[in-house]
Design a protein around this ligand. Structure first.
Ligand code: ADP
Ligand code: MG
Length: 363
């Protein structure tokens, strides 16, 4: 079991991990997902001490590996790491790559290391390449060899940092197949990946990383189907989000129109949909603002590139308004013409308790 307590990692300009505490159980297969720069690699690299944590403790089966007295080479033998770039030794044949560490570090005989190496090459489908040099192999084959080499040390824990992201798309499948088989063997694994379907299929647990740590930790079903927190939801649904805050009746509507324009442009939203997003904002603001005592309105547009769907969520304070009931008839007609649905809800506990949600017509 890996126990992480208040792990913090600072670099001069950023602190990707602020205060991470988590327990990883034997046999967990954990996919680590999240936007780039959120500390996924840093977390893996702290766990096998390729990075020195700034503070906090990491215990592996009760041994504190962050203790300066700890023999880190012994720890690393039990923790295999697979990198994006395969890091094979170019001057050694494939089988020699697999035999090197077991002979040098584990004291295995050459025969033992050879037999085990060949067995592992068969499991990754590359026994016939035993006498080739890495340069003679494709990227997908190199990565399968790198995985076999990691397994040759018989690690308890395998850490994989984006193992398929340097590969040509045609080779991703063969490497994923090897990792998928490995995940069934009961070894503890942590794998950083951008391939969501793959993450879903192989893992028993998912860490979504954001805001300087593990932002949400759950089963694949929770993270991908029912994410509990907002950023996870946006990430897994690949939503592009724009947030506008109106603070007064004299808000800068031209500035906001410009922001909406930039947002639509940046996310390559079709011109027709973009026009509706723009107009829906203007009309809703026009319907709401004159009737609110407190003019603060938070407007969030979410666009799903996958579904080509956009929706606006307006939240505001005070009493709930029924915008569809009375008021500006023209604004209302325009709004109805370009939305699939308009619905309201109220959450008494929120700072701005009223929500108005508009789903933009997309055809
Ligand atoms: N050796 C380093 N020195 C300074 N900053 C670093 C170093 N390694 C990573 N970072 C920064 O730490 C943040 C997290 O990086 P990383 O863990 O690689 O993110 P991820 O793997 O999620 O993309 C990034 O802002 C990155 O620029
Ligand atoms: Mg990374």
């Amino acid at each position: 079991m890996i126990k992480i307590e208040h792990l913090r990692k600072e670099y001069p300009n950023v602190t990707p991990l602020k205060d991470v505490s988590v327990e990883i159980n034997d046999g967990d297969v954990i996919s680590v997902i999240g936007p780039s720069g959120m500390g996924k690699s840093t977390l893996l690299r702290c766990i096998n001490r390729l990075e020195e944590p700034t503070s906090g403790r990491i215990l592996v089966n009760g041994t504190e590996i962050t203790d300066p007295k700890c023999d880190i080479n012994r720890v690393r033998q039990k923790m295999g790491m697979v990198f994006q770039s395969f890091n094979l030794f170019g001057h050694l044949t494939v089988i020699e790559n697999l035999m090197l560490s077991p002979v040098d570090l584990l004291g295995k005989s050459k025969q033992e290391a050879y037999d085990e190496g060949m067995r592992l090459l068969r499991t990754v489908g590359l026994a016939e390449k035993a006498l080739s040099y890495p340069d003679e192999l494709s990227g997908g084959q190199k990565q399968r060899i790198a995985i076999a080499r990691t397994l040759a040390m018989d690690p308890d824990i395998i850490l994989l940092d984006e193992p398929t992201s340097a590969l040509d798309p045609t080779m991703v499948g063969e490497v994923q197949a090897v990792i998928r088989d490995l995940a069934k063997t009961g070894k503890t694994m942590m794998i950083v990946t951008h391939e969501m379907n793959f993450a879903r299929a192989i893992s028993s647990r998912v860490f979504y990383m954001d805001e300087n740590g593990i932002y949400e930790d759950g089963t694949p079903e929770q993270i991908f189907e029912h994410p509990q927190r907002e950023k996870t939801r946006c990430f897994v649904r690949q939503l592009k989000v724009l947030e506008l805050n109106i603070e007064s009746r004299d808000y800068d509507f031209l500035g906001m129109a410009g922001e909406i324009d930039t947002y639509c442009h940046k996310n390559q939203i079709a011109p027709k949909t973009a026009g509706r997003i723009q107009l829906a904002f203007e009309e809703t603001a026009q319907l709401l603002l004159p009737r609110l005592k407190d003019p603060r309105v938070r407007a969030v547009c979410e666009y799903s590139a996958a579904a080509e769907k956009a929706e606006w969520t307006f939240t505001y304070g005070g009493e709930a308004l029924d915008v569809t009931e009375k008021g500006d008839e023209l604004a209302l007609a325009v709004l109805k013409g370009m939305t699939e649905s308009v619905d309201s809800s109220r959450n008494e506990d929120a700072e701005l308790p009223n929500t108005l949600r508009l789903v933009i017509r997309s055809e």
